[in-house]
Design a protein around this ligand. Structure first.
Ligand SMILES: Nc1ncnc2c1ncn2[C@@H]1O[C@H](COP(=O)(O)OP(=O)(O)OP(=O)(O)O)[C@@H](O)[C@H]1O
Ligand SMILES: O=c1ccn([C@@H]2O[C@H](COP(=O)(O)O)[C@@H](O)[C@H]2O)c(=O)[nH]1
Length: 241
């Protein structure tokens, strides 16, 4: 009989790129992709790891995108936050279909659609083995869902933030734009900030650094990568204090 491997973490906060949900499409949520991502998360849930998820909204709307140009920035940011709630609902639906129990909590009040964010309740769900999806980012304009992920992860007492994105780690430059960029095995938050690495915004890096909350960046499109990260195997880039 094969033994269940021991995870490195008891509780994790996964930041899921909204853009990743598009797959090869130019907008929105690709059904196959969301099912595949849920499959990756399920593998980790089956290890008994407690999982919180913050989802981005870049596949639908960003406050700084061309579609928002000419708009009041705060209004555009609220639209971006609403986009993340749409993604959160789609993710919960896909999780339920895959046999996972998940709850959505929103940082913006919309009681007919999602529970409000209540820290104690979210912690209770995690203890019960339910996956908690945090929608609407921080609930404040001028922030990003990366910062929301750092914030919720720290509030939840998670062991680590796992940034599941389209690239397989942190590079010396954006690997989508610069083919000569080289991947880091690990680096410090101070290095990431000083080198202005755009894989995550500086506010999120600084919050992680100040609260000593480690970050792993890895590709959600690489099969089994999330599980390998959770098992402490060599995968992605570690950003630490
Ligand atoms: N130095 C770097 N190393 C790695 N990726 C980088 C770097 N600089 C920029 N990037 C880009 O950052 C992206 C990762 O960010 P992420 O997937 O979270 O995007 P996002 O804009 O926050 O998405 P969303 O808003 O949809 O959640 C990668 O797709 C990559 O192209
Ligand atoms: O705390 C937050 C989080 C997000 N926003 C707005 O939502 C979009 C989408 O989030 P991404 O992190 O880019 O995926 C973002 O561009 C902001 O406009 C926010 O205002 N506050």
């Amino acid at each position: 009989m094969s033994q269940t491997p021991t995870p490195m973490y008891r509780r994790i906060l996964v930041k899921l790129s909204g853009e990743a949900l598009m797959g090869e499409d130019s907008y929105g949520i690709n059904r196959k992709v969301i099912e595949q991502i849920v499959g990756e998360i399920k593998q980790v849930a089956e290890l008994g790891v407690q999982i919180g998820v913050v989802i981005g909204g870049g596949n639908i709307f960003r406050g700084i995108a061309p579609a928002a140009s000419g708009m009041d920035r705060a209004t555009a940011d609220y639209m971006g936050m609403l986009a993340t709630v749409m993604n959160a609902l789609a993710l919960k639906d896909a999780m339920s279909k895959a046999g996972l129990v998940a709850r959505v909590q929103s940082a913006l009040a919309m009681q007919q659609v999602a529970e409000p964010y209540v820290r104690g309740k979210a912690m209770q769900y995690l203890e019960e083995g339910k996956i908690v999806i945090f929608g609407a980012g921080t609930g404040n304009p001028f922030f990003t869902t990366d910062t929301a992920a750092a914030l919720r992860g720290i509030e939840m007492g998670a062991d680590v933030m796992l940034k599941a994105t389209k690239v397989d780690g942190v590079y010396t430059d954006d690997p989508k734009k610069n083919p000569d960029a080289v991947r880091y095995q690990s680096l410090t938050f101070d290095e990431a900030i000083a080198r202005n690495l755009k894989v995550m915004d500086a506010t999120a890096f600084a919050l992680c650094r100040d609260q000593q909350f480690d970050l792993k960046v890895f590709s959600i499109f690489k099969q089994g990568a999330l599980k390998r990260v959770v098992l402490g195997e060599d995968e992605g880039t570690l950003v630490h204090c």
